[in-house]
Design a protein around this ligand. Structure first.
Ligand SMILES: [Zn+2]
Length: 521
């Protein structure tokens, strides 16, 4: 044993010379005194478990008793007959001794220590907290959760799920580790898979959902992540381990799952693992307020910055920036709109505690998405300028036209979609616009919204424009539906194929009453 110990760099813990998960030498093992386990520092896996015990050894001991015999001088002649020949006991004053050997099994105790497989303690490490925090009770229902043991963000209804979650976690752990054993997947991937499973479980109701499929999806997700993340597999020969990782279809086969179902759950898992968008936290808005007060900005500007912030967070703009710099950017840009309260970059940076460089970057990010931010926040056109960084300046001028379109955003998008969809219609529309005055285009547009499905047809668009044109002039005109029908059916009243100009001419001029009167008389 001493020779063995001297080979190692340090004391030898347990019976293994190297970690069988990551190949680290036993010098990187530590003794976990609480769990009496031996753990690899490199990959955190539990190698084996120790149990001290008192070994009882029963040894045969013989106790020797000396039995002395002394014959009395006087009794023998009365008790024993004298005719016994050569009887040594008859001899007077005979002294002798017998040796009495008593064989006894005596227990001997040795303090000892055993090591055994670390599978159990490894399971405890990975899912232990799930098991201990939840009560796996009758029918999977928690009895009553102590207020302290509930996670901070859970509601009362969520406490009932804890017990179920525990069962699901245990089931998933065994499913995943079985499949991993079969497919030779490293332990650290199993750990990640269980972690993913629990992450998804935290925000998913498992009622009527198969745990097995979610477990399979978690394992596949973990394998894929292990391929791209450097920190999952900690092995000396990462490349060979990575090349041996199984295909996801193999995992489905091994876990006996339908690959289509697994695919569905993979999408779900990926959705759940995505970083959630931050809610517009009151702290961010209050931070903006306090910063605004510090900068001595008027309330209107502060309000503008706050509404901008709300949208920024909703849209996930500047998601990489910290709260302070986002606040500073929003305040700076809001202040730019009013010459009286304009602040310089250095002023804002100094007051809010950000660097000017960061401020410029944040501002640029906000300005890049300004159209989206502005679209919902408010309808006032603004001028954003004076963001000069790295020698370039950007000016976002919202023209009146742009604003106008933004107010009726829906209409605008339809306009765009239409014009994109049909280049041909564009030309026709332009023709129509030549004929029809500005006011009419406006009313035509409002007509169009009513008959959305008609927008596909460029001719009908023009028809509607023409209809609006006549309405504008308070002239007699065929009703809208008639015009529409005219284009689709064989109505005699209108030529089947017509140009916009023809159409305009085809509408009969209204009868003018004064003229008729003169002709009659
Ligand atoms: Zn290891």
């Amino acid at each position: 044993m001493d020779e063995k110990m001297s080979d190692m760099n340090g004391p030898m813990y347990g019976s293994h010379r190297e970690c069988f998960h990551c190949g680290a030498p036993s010098s990187s093992f530590i003794r976990n005194h609480v769990a009496r386990a031996i753990q690899c520092v490199n990959c955190r896996a539990m190698i084996e478990e120790r149990a001290s015990s008192l070994i009882e050894h029963k040894s045969l001991s013989q106790s020797e008793e000396i039995l002395c015999v002394v014959t009395p001088d006087f009794v023998t002649e009365h008790v024993l007959p004298n005719d016994l020949e050569n009887d040594p006991y008859i001899t007077r004053n005979f002294i002798t001794a017998f040796r009495n050997l008593v064989p006894v099994m005596d227990p001997v105790y040795f303090p000892s220590s055993r090591t055994f497989s670390g599978e159990l303690v490894e399971m405890e490490r990975i899912i232990g907290d799930a098991v201990y925090s939840g009560y796996v009770g009758y029918n999977g229902r928690a009895l009553r959760t102590a207020p302290g043991s509930m996670p901070l963000n859970s509601t009362s209804s969520a406490s009932a799920a804890t017990a179920g979650d525990t069962r699901h976690t245990i089931v998933a752990y065994f499913l995943i580790s079985d499949a991993a054993m079969e497919l030779n997947i490293p332990n650290s991937v199993v750990e990640l898979a269980v972690y993913i499973f629990r992450r998804v479980l935290g925000s998913l109701v498992m009622r009527n959902r198969p745990v097995e499929t979610l477990a399979a999806a978690s394992l596949i997700c973990a394998i894929e992540r292990a391929k791209h993340r450097k920190d999952v597999i900690r092995h000396r020969d990462v490349e060979s381990i990575l090349s041996k990782l199984p295909d996801w279809k193999d995992v489905c086969l091994s876990m006996n799952e339908n690959s289509k179902d697994v695919e569905k759950y993979l999408i779900l898992v990926n959705q759940k693992l995505q970083k959630g968008k931050a809610k517009p936290s009151s702290t961010l808005l209050s931070m903006a307020t306090s910063m605004g007060i510090k900068l001595k900005l008027p309330e209107t500007i502060q309000e503008r910055a706050r509404s901008m912030l709300t949208r920024i967070i909703e849209l996930g703009v500047c998601s990489r920036r910290n709260a302070v710099s986002i606040c500073a950017g929003a305040l700076f840009l809001s202040a730019q709109t009013d010459d009286r309260v304009k602040r310089t970059q250095s002023e804002v940076a100094k007051c809010t505690g950000t660097s000017e460089v960061t401020l410029r970057k944040v501002c640029r990010e906000i300005i890049d998405r300004m159209e989206d931010i502005e679209a919902a926040s408010d309808k006032n056109g603004r001028l954003y300028d004076d963001v000069k960084g790295d020698g370039e300046s950007r000016t976002v001028v919202e023209t009146k036209d742009k604003r106008q379109r933004k107010i009726s955003g829906k209409e605008n998008s339809e306009d765009r979609a239409l014009s994109k969809r049909n280049e041909k219609s564009k030309g026709i529309k332009r023709k129509a616009t030549v004929e029809v005055s500005k006011g009419i285009t406006k009313s035509a547009r409002s007509e169009r919204i009513e008959g959305q499905s008609l927008l596909e047809d460029p001719y009908l668009t023009v028809l509607l424009a023409a209809s609006a044109f006549h309405k504008h002039r308070n002239e007699m005109l065929p009703p809208l539906d008639l015009i529409v029908n005219a284009n689709s059916s064989e109505d005699k009243k209108f030529p089947q194929k017509f140009t916009p100009i023809e159409l305009l001419l085809s509408v009969p001029p209204p009868p003018s009453p004064p003229k008729q009167n003169t002709s009659n008389t």
